[in-house]
Design a binder for this molecule. Structure first.
Ligand code: 5GP
Ligand code: ZN
Length: 112
């Protein structure tokens, strides 16, 4: 299902002609508009799910996780951080679930 006012629904369904690093039947990956590292990519399901725990499709889970491998192999990124924010308190700002991949520089310790 697509949510009309959701930016990632629009991007994932090609409404802005965003360059996709990866596209399958169920997911897309594209560069973050406000990168926090030299490589900052978002892996996003085409279907709207508010967050990672609202996904009820096991195949989609697998595809999202496989997306990490596919995307990083494609761009030759061997060391990277993977982040999934769930809820406002955790820093989620776009309420269409996504996996961040960050890399290309030394990153600060994960938990501070
Ligand atoms: P969150 O804070 O929800 O985990 O991450 C949302 C991410 O989406 C942020 O890093 C933000 O820069 C990115 N973002 C927000 N709007 C857009 C957009 O229109 N295009 C792209 N490519 N990234 C976006
Ligand atoms: Zn959406």
């Amino acid at each position: 299902m697509k949510k009309d006012d959701c930016i990632f629904c629009k991007i994932a369904n090609g409404e802005f002609n965003t360059e996709f690093i990866l596209e399958t039947d169920k997911i897309v990956a594209f560069r973050d508009i406000n990168p926090q590292a030299p490589e900052h990519i978002l892996i996003v399901p085409k279907e709207h799910f508010e967050n990672i725990v609202s996904i009820d499709d096991k195949e989609l889970f697998c595809e999202l996780l496989e997306g990490i491998k596919k995307v990083t192999e494609k761009i030759g990124l061997k060391e990277f951080r993977t982040v999934i924010n769930t809820g406002k308190q955790a820093g989620q700002t776009v309420f269409h679930t996504h996996i961040h991949i960050l890399g290309g520089k030394e990153l600060k310790p994960t938990f501070d």
